[in-house]
Design a protein around this ligand. Structure first.
Ligand code: KG4
Ligand code: ZN
Length: 342
């Protein structure tokens, strides 16, 4: 079965073709980062309009790159939620209409299930059961995964998501959006140990997170060291980025280890934009090796939003005989643990 995957939940237009026998055939991504950068964050209406402009040309490019025609598509999977309602509607309406015109089934996919399953696209995929750390711009969750669709929430952020904290810290130092990769890059020049930021909620039992206190701590540090232009000098910014990143990463590592021990599992999957963070990957690898556990993640381009993860997740559900009717529905708020098992 050959599935077209469509991702439009936020500011990336992603499309991919996945074949249940041959694997990923190809994928294309258009990022709206430049469009939103002057606003310091995603402007929902601009995002929807840009998806309208870019989606069908991207599908056409993808098909021609793969040497295929529209008629070669056996099913369509699109992101149904969570996400920005207008942006989701573009992908859902287009995907549903395309499937109807081709006379093939369509399925709405949960965006975070897409992220969670993205490491399955790699050569050495993780085996069930495992603990997943979902860390994106909108979510920070620890989930027990027994099989596709069988998810139990173990803990989550009580306030900001990890990616959101990275983005806000970046904004404090006048860095562009999205700030995660820029903070990570700046941190490379930072001096470790000049600042030590708090590791929120690690001394309390449980698996929930909170990043708002760390955000305030970062803002106070930036303000204390600000010069006449309102910003600390370049080296101080790098030192702050380094301390901030270390605090977020340490917090995530401690909770992941705790979750594996609690669930008596030895496989961790990290997914979502923040799972692209090199320090997080390195620290998890060494911490988990000590408890005979292993961490799995997707290649960089499939950590952030993309069409391949939606095509893959949709394929698994279609193979389990699930599909959606003709009405176009999106679900901007959608808890992961309400999904049906495959
Ligand atoms: O999964 P994603 O592309 O979109 C959402 O579903 O939210 O995640 C985007 C988030 C942004 O907050 C971005 O700053 C963060 O992932 N991010 C990173 C890195 N790359 C992306 N955060 C830390 N380090 C990175 N290398
Ligand atoms: Zn995402």
């Amino acid at each position: 079965m050959r599935i077209l995957g469509i991702e439009t939940s936020c500011d990336e237009t992603g499309v991919a073709l996945y074949d249940s026998q041959q694997g990923l055939l190809g994928h294309r991504l258009y990022s709206q980062v430049a469009l939103h950068s002057e606003y310091g964050g995603v402007v929902p209406e601009l995002a929807s309009r840009d998806h309208v402009r870019k989606l069908l040309p991207l599908v056409a490019e993808l098909l021609s790159e793969c040497g295929l025609e529209k008629q070669d598509i056996d099913a369509v999977a699109y992101t149904k939620g969570p996400g920005l309602v207008g942006a989701l509607m573009v992908g859902a309406c287009t995907g549903r209409a395309l499937a109807f015109s081709l006379g093939v089934p369509a399925i709405g996919v949960h965006h975070m299930e897409g992220h969670l399953l993205a490491p399955m696209l790699e050569e050495n995929p993780p085996a069930f059961p495992f603990v997943a750390l979902l860390v994106s711009g909108g979510h920070t969750q620890l989930v027990r995964v027994d099989r596709i669709g069988q998810y139990r929430l173990l803990g989550e952020s009580l306030d900001d998501a990890a990616g959101e904290a990275f983005d806000k810290a970046a904004k404090m130092m006048d860095l562009d959006y999205p700030g995660g990769p820029l903070i990570a890059k700046l941190a490379e020049q930072g001096e470790e140990g000049r600042f030590v930021f708090p590791r929120p909620m690690v001394d309390r039992p449980g698996l929930d997170f909170s990043f708002s206190g760390l955000k305030t701590y970062t803002l106070n540090t930036v303000t204390q060291h600000a010069q006449s232009n309102g910003l600390p000098d370049d080296q101080t910014c790098a030192d702050i980025a380094c301390a901030f990143q270390a605090a977020v990463v340490d917090t995530l590592v401690i909770k992941c280890r705790r979750a594996l021990e609690q669930e008596k599992l030895n496989t961790l999957v990290i997914a979502g934009g923040v799972s692209a963070n090199t320090l997080l990957r390195r620290r998890l690898e060494s911490a988990l090796a000590k408890i005979q556990s292993k961490v799995f993640y997707a290649r960089h381009e499939f950590c952030t939003d993309n069409g391949a993860m939606i095509a893959y997740a949709g394929c698994q559900r279609l193979l389990a005989d699930q599909s959606d009717g003709l009405s176009v529905k999106v679900t901007p708020r959608w808890p992961l643990d309400t999904l049906e098992a495959c």
